[in-house]
Design a protein around this ligand. Structure first.
Ligand code: VJV
Ligand code: CA
Ligand code: ZN
Length: 398
């Protein structure tokens, strides 16, 4: 059960490729890969590397990407550069694959989300390579927990980029895990719906996908991206009820989030009994995010990591969204500490490590404060969504 073995040490391996952190999505783009370098600098300064195996791995290969992605899409990612795009020869192919250049395609929304950037191919191979290596470290039994904060790109489709994601490293990692484990559980705490992963496995009963996300149908403007993830979407065919969606409204705080997360995950663990767990730790569900509208603290977010860790099942931790970079780095550093079981030992004072000036707004504390909001304490909607989710889980054969 959830309570046993929490104090036990875990063998943790950690993947960090500085080549990924130098990628630039363009001026004012929300996605800032440097946040991973910031998280890493904290991890290093807090001395956490001593408690982990450091994975040094090769980038993914073209053939490895083709285990999920279309040939034509993989070729496009390989061939496209800002110059080739401007020359026009690859422009149509690029736009068909959801990528573009904002200055050229002013009216094309996806060009803003998924720009053709310098080093795009190398970036994709490296972050996918990290997630694949991490999956292998679990599959061969050499690690209990494996971490790749550059991964977690849950929106990428077989033949198309979407939502800042070009290659779906999560699908690739799960496919790798399926070679060695019978059942794999995917859990997604990014504020956005994990649509790309769900779509690929929605007919598969060996993979259960669970996404917690912001979903507001009664919005006066556009729905929150990507607009999918209703509680009624439960998978199809053999995979029916092996998809679970937990749509939430804006403003979710630690208490209410855990009121859903814990009982739902208890039930999932008991019914599905996974052999490995993949947790996408998108940090845009934190308070103060530039895109998200939840109000989680670092401890609230990390509560999901420690809860799943307590089940003692091989655990793959991936990054994802997260657009207020100081919050993201604080969170992933703290979650690295949770993985190695040292979260109580790391100081709340941000150490001098080269990026300390980013933490001024949070008083140079690792745990930024979440202002209390006085609303009605009893929340019928929480009970309603919990009931709906548990009803779907009741349909799963034990
Ligand atoms: O909502 C959308 C799509 C649009 C078209 C593009 N415009 C800019 C916004 C509306 C319909 N896209 C989302 C994508 C969110 C991706 C989240 C990814 C993850 O966290 O789940 C996993 C890594 C969106 N929301 C906000 C923006 N795009 C956005 C993109 C920009 C931007 C401002 C907002 C890109 C460039 C620039 N500004 C300069
Ligand atoms: Ca999610
Ligand atoms: Zn997100």
């Amino acid at each position: 059960s959830a309570s046993c073995g929490d104090g036990r040490k875990r063998r943790v391996c950690y993947y960090y490729d500085p080549g990924v952190a130098n990628v630039d999505y363009g001026a004012n783009h929300n996605m800032v890969p440097r946040r991973v370098a910031m998280a890493h600098a904290l991890v290093e300064k807090y001395g956490l590397l001593a408690d982990m195996e450091r994975l040094r791995v090769r980038p993914a290969t073209e053939a490895e990407l083709r285990a999920f992605h279309d040939d034509a899409y993989v070729r496009l990612l390989r061939d496209i550069t800002p110059d080739a795009y401007h020359d026009g020869d690859l422009r149509d192919r690029a736009r068909a694959c959801g990528v573009g250049v904002p200055e050229t395609d002013e009216t094309d929304a996806s060009a803003y989300d998924n720009p053709v950037i310098d080093g795009l191919w190398d970036y994709c191979l490296r972050y996918a390579g990290g997630s694949l290596a991490a999956a292998r470290a679990l599959a061969d039994g050499s690690s209990d927990i494996a971490i790749n904060w550059s991964g977690g790109m849950h929106h990428a489709c077989r033949g198309k980029a979407s939502g800042f994601c070009y290659v779906n490293d999560i699908v690739l990692a799960i496919q790798e895990l399926l070679e060695h484990f019978e059942r794999v559980l995917y859990v997604d705490i990014d504020v956005h719906h994990g649509d790309g992963v769900e779509e690929h496995f929605k007919r598969e009963s060996r993979v259960m996908t669970v996404s917690f996300h912001l979903y507001d149908i009664d919005r006066d403007v556009k729905p929150f991206f990507p607009g999918t993830g209703k509680v009624e979407d439960v998978g199809e065919g053999d995979g029916k009820y092996y998809t679970l969606n937990v749509p939430m409204k804006a403003g979710m705080d630690d208490e209410r989030y855990q009121q859903l997360f814990r009982p739902i995950m208890d039930e999932v663990m008991e019914k599905f009994v996974p052999d490995a767990v993949v947790l996408q730790c998108g940090a845009d569900s934190l308070y103060g995010d530039r895109l998200g509208e939840f109000r989680l603290s670092v401890k609230g977010h990390a509560g999901c990591v420690s809860y799943l860790r307590s089940f003692n099942v091989p655990l793959l931790l991936l990054g994802g969204g997260g657009y207020t970079v100081n919050h993201v780095a604080s969170c992933w550093c703290y979650e690295t500490a949770v993985a190695v079981g040292k979260e109580k030992e790391i100081s709340d004072e941000i150490p001098f490590h080269g990026y300390e000036h980013y933490y001024r707004d949070q008083g140079y504390k690792l745990h930024f404060t979440v202002p209390k909001k006085n609303g009605n304490k009893k929340d019928d909607l929480i009970d309603k969504i919990k009931q709906d989710a548990l009803m779907n889980l009741a349909m799963l054969k034990p």
